[in-house]
Ligand binder design. Structure first.
Ligand SMILES: [Zn+2]
Length: 304
């Protein structure tokens, strides 16, 4: 009887414990859920903050980008203006000499010859530590590529003297461009890289004599478009000594009598001109003048 009496309450107690467990379990699950959603919320919040920072950074970068583009446009415009000014300068300037306020005298040597004479020229220049500007025709460069390689390796400059020594006043614009391009291709081939020259010298001065104003304008436009200046001279021997025998002594004397600061001397790859070269170099130095290349002359600062 007693056992039966206590039986039922014992069952109720067990049920209560189960309910408490379920309650606690639900409570725990709820807590976990709450924590989870809280952490999600926090994560979303920090992500949003990150996004905001990123967006403001992007705005900043876009702003900077805009400014850079504006600067780029300005620089581009300025550059175009300078290029045009440069082109106009090239198309309107024939250079006969450099600044008279310097003691420099440019040595320029035209045309070309077989390798031994060119090597002899380079030997003289090397011995006296002089850089010169050489104006070979493209056809000579094709014939003797290695001597022109040596010249450039030893610090000399090459200038464009056309491919075939064409007299340009008598040929079409297209032919002039071909002659200039032909020279460029020969030199590039000989040297194995794209060679850049600022200097053009018209073969035989054709198109650039005083009576050839129209031709000169036409040719200079083409030369300027190709990025070059037209270079003549103030001392030459072919015309100056045409009525005399151009001996080594006579050549040397003519150059030294006429040279002054800023002079551009035109020699040719002939036996006598090259034989006179050492005496010309030492004679110039004796007079306080310094033989050099065209770039060295044209970029020289005036003497203080
Ligand atoms: Zn020539």
């Amino acid at each position: 009887m007693v056992q039966q009496y206590y039986g039922r309450p014992k069952q109720t107690k067990k049920k209560n414990i189960l309910r408490i467990f379920i309650f606690l379990f639900l409570l725990a699950a709820l807590a976990v859920l709450a924590l989870f959603s809280l952490s999600q919320h926090l994560m979303v919040q920090s992500l949003n903050e990150n996004l905001d920072t990123l967006e403001s950074k992007i705005d900043q970068i876009e702003e900077e980008n805009k400014m850079l583009w504006e600067q780029y446009d300005e620089i581009y415009e300025e550059n175009e203006k300078l290029r045009e000014e440069n082109r106009m300068l090239r198309s309107s300037t024939v250079i006969n000499n450099g600044n008279r306020e310097t003691n420099k005298v440019a040595i320029t040597i035209d045309d070309g010859a077989h390798a031994p004479l060119i090597h002899r020229t380079l030997d003289h220049l090397k011995e006296h530590n002089v850089r010169a500007t050489l104006f070979p025709m493209g056809s000579w460069v094709d014939q003797e590529p290695e001597v022109w390689q040596r010249a450039v390796n030893e610090g000399h400059e090459l200038g464009n003297h056309t491919y075939s020594h064409a007299f340009l006043s008598t040929v079409s614009d297209e032919r002039v461009r071909e002659e200039l391009k032909g020279w460029q291709e020969s030199v590039n081939d000989a040297l194995g890289f794209e060679y850049r020259t600022l200097f053009f010298r018209p073969p035989g001065m054709d198109g650039f004599t005083d009576s050839q104003g129209q031709q000169r304008e036409r040719l200079m436009e083409i030369v300027a478009d190709k990025g070059m200046f037209t270079i003549l001279w103030d001392i030459e021997l072919v015309y100056a000594l045409r009525n005399e025998t151009a001996t080594v002594d006579r050549i040397t004397r003519h150059v030294l009598d006429n040279a002054q600061g800023g002079s551009i001397v035109l020699l040719h790859f002939t036996e006598n001109d090259i034989a006179a070269l050492p005496a010309i170099i030492t004679g110039l130095r004796d007079r306080g003048l310094e033989p050099c290349s065209l770039s060295e002359l044209l970029l020289a600062e005036p003497e203080a």
